[in-house]
Design a protein. Structure first.
Length: 341
């Protein structure tokens, strides 16, 4: 087909795990193209939590979501991966020669020997609270994620929710907000106990307000929020705010992956633990989208899966080539690929 891109590997999803897969595949001389529905690399880390600290990446006691993405992009630069952003894979079909033909909703066509699904939980969107007219304020005064903390400096903030995201952003934004009120429907939280204790200490010290109840309506016009009405145990009260941050979680949708003939389990893709291959030979799944006994949904786990997947992918792409396992610390050939010698 005219305009078809031929490559060794197509990675669906450009989050941290998909990015690290480029590194592991690159060490084995495999060329990668990445396709992601978002408009930039990084997945959820870059889209929803760019400034949120991550504490369990080896070698980094603390690193932000965007910081991790930046480091991964720096790490894979020697392998010159090609990104196709703002596109969704809509079709996947095995060809008579064993390769896969992929098509996207932007008219892209790819022919590849290996497909790696690194799409996290699939496509995701924040859950919208059931508040009449909230859509008129979205993007101007109502936000479902924090991309830049500075955008909220000096504002009257109303955060709604009782999970980790709500409590984490309460603690991170409180020092720079003009005022901050946290609203949750009950006085019990699903967040880390330490975060809850810190929030209660701020309330006790007068640094913020906590109100039990639910937001039932918004005040303002032309996208400019002026306040919200909160219905609690003692009736309705007005809360002054010009920014609303509802954290009600994400709705995950597997999307077209569900139509590719793979075995699925509760909207996840089962794999083995030797190669992280799916029920379809040549199609692998790594990161949060896969499932197997003992699976932990950690970025660290996805990195491990990417390393083993890459060894198996090399055997598919170059079946007649002898694979010699090498360490980057001692292999001059790998160090040349990385541009360090």
């Amino acid at each position: 087909m005219a305009g078809t891109i031929e490559t060794d590997v197509v990675i669906i999803g450009a989050g941290p795990v998909g990015l690290f897969a480029v590194f592991e595949l690159g060490l084995l001389d495999l060329k990668c193209h990445l396709i992601d529905i978002l408009d930039k690399p990084g997945g959820q880390c870059a889209e929803l939590y760019p400034e949120k600290p991550i504490y369990d990446i080896p070698g980094w006691p603390i690193i932000s979501g965007q910081g991790l993405v930046d480091k991964l992009m720096e790490q894979i630069a020697p392998f010159d991966p090609e990104f196709h952003l703002g596109e969704m894979v809509t079709g996947l079909e095995r060809q008579t020669d064993g390769r896969f033909q992929l098509t996207t909703d932007a008219g892209g066509h790819f022919l590849t020997k290996v497909v790696v699904i690194a799409a996290g939980g699939g496509s995701f969107q924040p859950k919208r609270p059931p508040i009449k007219g909230i859509d008129a304020f979205e993007g101007a005064s109502v936000f479902y994620s924090v991309r830049r903390m500075e955008d909220f400096r000096g504002h009257d903030l109303l955060i709604v929710g009782g999970g980790d995201s709500a409590l984490d952003w309460t603690l991170n934004l409180q020092p720079i907000a003009k005022s901050l009120t946290l609203v949750h429907r009950r006085d019990e939280f699903r967040a880390a106990p330490d975060s809850v204790n810190k929030m209660r200490a701020l309330v006790e010290a007068g640094g913020m307000q906590f109100q039990m109840g639910q937001v039932v309506s918004l005040k303002g016009q032309d996208g400019r929020l002026e306040g919200a009405v909160v219905k609690g145990p003692d009736g309705e009260t007005d809360v002054v705010c010009d920014r609303l941050l509802p954290f009600f979680g994400l709705t995950m949708k597997l999307g077209p992956v569900a139509d590719w003939g793979l075995n699925l389990h509760e909207n996840l893709v089962p794999t083995d633990t030797e190669r992280f291959e799916t029920s379809e030979p040549g199609i692998f799944a790594i990161g949060d989208i896969n499932t197997y006994p003992g699976k932990l949904k950690l970025i660290l786990s996805g990195f491990h899966e990417a390393a083993l997947m890459s060894q198996a992918a090399k055997r598919i792409v170059s079946p007649d080539e002898r694979i010699v396992f090498q360490y980057t610390t001692s292999s001059s050939s790998l160090q040349k690929k990385l541009g360090v010698i």
